[in-house]
Design a protein around this ligand. Structure first.
Ligand SMILES: *[C@@H]1O[C@H](CO)[C@@H](O)[C@H](O)[C@H]1NC(C)=O
Ligand SMILES: *[C@@H]1O[C@H](CO)[C@@H](O)[C@H](O)[C@H]1NC(C)=O
Length: 389
């Protein structure tokens, strides 16, 4: 029973993580033979529980039998070493993306600030592609943010060339012991609650930016890096209230609390000038221009599968902040069901099949071609392994 509950809990986490709601249960119009129906439903439920508990025993609680081959680890280390030591080319990742982006993308700003003028462009699409429907809430949120010149992200000079790495949360990182290599990048971008601590040997201990939405944010803040900046992403109206509360060290109202599908942190222990608001046009650009997804349409329920994952949106953000962008821990190979889905838990990859919000296959295609053409590098080889024999 505990196992079953644990599996159901995981299933809820994953489905809700990706914003899926399988709420299509309908009540039958008439009960023809109520007692028999109840009996059937009862038997069906018992069967489901039996199946779920036997599955959870096999797949989720026992650690997945995952070992990195020493040869692969060595290849990855050599590859990352090369990436870190070769000549750094200024602006190369953004230049590479321009081949796929419209001219307007030369103007994309990574963040919104207190003094950012609110263009009508920002309100064209609903979140996460824009702020449509949030005209009343956004100006007061901007008031809480630092001014652009007040909180520079990093010192830049005419001849600095920044190498950045976006750390995906993929299980492929497990056991590769890339931590010390990752820490050598100039800027380290982490996603959602991707933890450090005991995992530092695989993922490093520095965090330059942590990008997340409320439900994805660690409930207990773990970054010890004094440089860390928190980048908030708005997926729905109530996220704006949460971000405002976090910046001002206030509690979120009970009413707002009802709209989160998972526990959200009550506090982010960072100074005001360490908060950033992601420009939603970065997500719009990622979805519509880079991935060529269709523009959002009005739907009452469900998703168009046109919301990019936070990982690929972070890549687009990184191209605006850095000169060369690398990825680590990316790649969901759905046919390798035994690979752990995340580096920090025991969920098997097969759970990824539950989500309906993102189009992972399309994203993988685009990432693959960006890696092959040299616009970005894949340090761990999960999307495309350029260093495999
Ligand atoms: C990361 O670990 C290194 C080596 O143990 C240490 O010198 C450094 O201060 C740590 N950095 C952070 C941000 O914890
Ligand atoms: C996924 O894994 C399978 C089995 O190991 C492999 O044959 C296939 O090439 C992989 N697919 C991708 C897209 O890497």
């Amino acid at each position: 029973m505990v196992r079953t509950r644990s599996l159901l809990h995981h299933a809820k986490q994953i489905t809700s993580y990706y914003g899926v709601n399988s709420g299509n249960m309908k009540l039958p119009k008439r009960w023809v033979a109520p007692r028999r129906a109840f009996l059937l439903v009862g038997v069906f439920c018992v069967l489901c529980l039996v199946i779920l508990s036997s599955r959870s025993g096999k797949d989720t609680l026992k650690p997945l039998d995952w070992h990195v081959s020493p040869e692969y680890k060595k290849l990855v280390h050599q590859h990352v070493q090369k990436v870190l030591e070769r000549e750094c080319h200024r602006g190369s990742t953004r230049q590479g993306l321009f081949a796929r982006l419209p001219a307007s993308s030369h103007m994309t700003q990574p963040f919104l600030w207190k003094n950012t003028p609110l263009s009508s462009n920002l309100f064209k699409y609903p979140p996460p592609f824009g702020f449509r429907g949030l005209r009343g809430k956004i100006p007061s949120l901007l008031q809480q943010l630092p001014e652009s010149n007040e909180a520079p992200l990093f010192k830049t000079g005419p001849d600095t060339c920044r190498r950045c790495v976006v750390i995906g949360n993929g299980g492929i990182l497990k056991g590769l012991e890339l931590g010390p290599f990752i820490d050598r990048f100039d800027t380290i971008i982490r996603l959602n609650s991707g933890p450090l601590g005991e995992f530092s040997v695989d993922v490093g201990n520095r965090t330059s930016l942590r990008i997340s939405y409320p439900e994805g944010t660690p409930t207990h803040w773990l970054d010890t890096d004094p440089e860390t900046v928190f980048v908030a992403v708005v997926y729905k109206s109530v996220d704006v209230s949460w971000i405002t509360a976090m910046i001002n060290k206030l509690t979120v109202s009970l009413w707002d609390w009802l709209f989160f599908w998972q526990n959200v942190p009550e506090e982010i222990p960072l100074e005001r000038n360490r908060f950033r608001l992601l420009n939603p046009l970065v997500i719009k650009e990622t979805a519509l221009d880079l991935l060529k997804f269709s523009p959002p349409t009005t739907r009452l329920w469900g998703w168009d599968q046109n919301v990019p994952t936070l990982g690929i949106s972070a890549l687009d953000l990184a191209s605006l902040l850095c000169d060369e962008v690398s990825l680590a821990g990316f790649g969901y190979n759905l046919s390798q069901e035994r690979i752990p889905m995340h580096y920090y838990d025991q969920l098997p990859m097969s759970f990824m099949l539950w989500q309906k919000m993102h189009n992972v296959n399309e994203e993988t295609k685009v990432l693959k071609s960006l890696i092959k053409e040299g616009t970005i590098t894949d340090l761990t080889g999960g999307v495309h392994c350029s260093f495999c024999p």
